[in-house]
Ligand binder design. Structure first.
Ligand SMILES: C[S@@+](CC[C@H](N)C(=O)[O-])C[C@H]1O[C@@H](n2cnc3c(N)ncnc32)[C@H](O)[C@@H]1O
Length: 291
């Protein structure tokens, strides 16, 4: 985004429909959302009363995945579809875990409001040598990865944690998430982690919930981000066979829960699945401009 005026125009142009980033921000208690987003969110909540808790569950999973990644030795994060800055941003969680403040984070999103606010947050609170927010589309992997390689905060020859959290339910199968994620997996250095989560339609408790989840998808057709829910079996392929870290792919609250974790005693009620996998050290790596 070149100038402030360009950013403002992009934001204004995006206000004719609710946006996933701003709806999610509203659900998790943020303030960067508009009337059109709030009205949409309340329509969803009327059908799925716990939708706010599902969104907070996704955000909590992100925080725990970042913490565990740092503990596993990761020092750089590429957060695709990073959303609007709110409590528990990746660089804040990482810095809290590493008082040495040596973890670097690149945030990428294709939503103008998310990018504009991320840049303001980073300008105010972050370390520009270690944290950056840029515009990029998950669905254009070659362009996106070129930007990762060009970014001064990431050394793409070293392992990264590649985060695609609460994003894949906005990517339908005909948009080729398999090919896109395959490209990222190929580019990432051995030892990299892949952090993935999404909303699931696994085992609805009853027909009413089954229908409510179908209605949710229908509602999102009118937003900037139509979506798709997936079962665990449909989701696991996105890890590309990389070995999953314990406890594997499952309901997000069951992944290293802590005192704050919503649904810790009833993970299957959370409607969010997630996991973290590691690229084997002996995996072949496709050559890129970073090599
Ligand atoms: C529900 S929010 C999740 C935000 C953050 N990852 C988190 O877990 O808290 C989904 C984000 O994905 C972004 N997104 C959706 N499609 C995208 C795409 N094709 N490229 C980049 N970002 C995308 C949206 O703009 C939004 O910010």
């Amino acid at each position: 985004m070149g100038t402030h005026d360009e950013a403002l125009r992009a934001v204004e142009a995006s206000l004719d429909r609710p946006s996933a980033a701003r709806i999610y921000d509203y659900f998790i208690g943020g303030t960067t959302n508009y009337a059109i987003d709030r009205a949409f969110a309340e329509k969803v909540r009327a059908r799925l009363p716990l939708m706010g808790d599902y969104c907070r569950t996704s955000r909590q999973f992100l925080g725990r995945a970042v913490r565990e990644s740092v503990r596993a030795g990761i020092r750089q994060f590429v957060d695709i579809g990073s959303g609007l800055p709110t409590a528990g941003n990746v660089h804040e969680v990482a810095d809290a875990e590493r008082p040495e403040h040596d973890v670097r984070v690149l945030y990428l999103d294709n939503e103008p409001v998310a990018l504009a606010h991320s840049q303001v947050l980073l300008a105010d609170t972050a370390d520009e040598a270690r944290h950056q927010a840029i515009a990029a589309d998950f669905l254009q992997p070659e362009q996106l990865w070129d930007r990762v390689v060009d970014s001064p905060v990431i050394d793409a020859r070293q392992p990264v944690a590649l985060i695609v959290n609460a994003v894949l339910h906005f990517i339908k199968d005909d948009q080729d998430p398999d090919g896109v994620l395959g490209y990222y997996r190929d580019q990432a250095a051995p030892g990299s982690l892949l952090v993935l989560s999404q909303m699931t339609n696994e085992n609805p408790v009853d027909d009413n919930e089954r229908q409510a989840l179908a209605d949710l998808l229908e509602y999102y057709e009118s937003t900037t981000n139509p979506g798709v829910l997936r079962t665990k079996a449909e989701f696991e392929r996105f890890f590309g066979g990389w070995p999953l870290l314990a406890p594997g792919l499952g309901y997000a609250p069951a992944w290293h829960p802590d005192d704050e974790t919503l649904f810790a005693n009833s993970p299957s009620e959370s409607r969010v699945i997630g996991g973290v996998a590691r690229k084997p050290q002996d995996a072949l790596r496709r050559p890129s401009s970073a090599s």
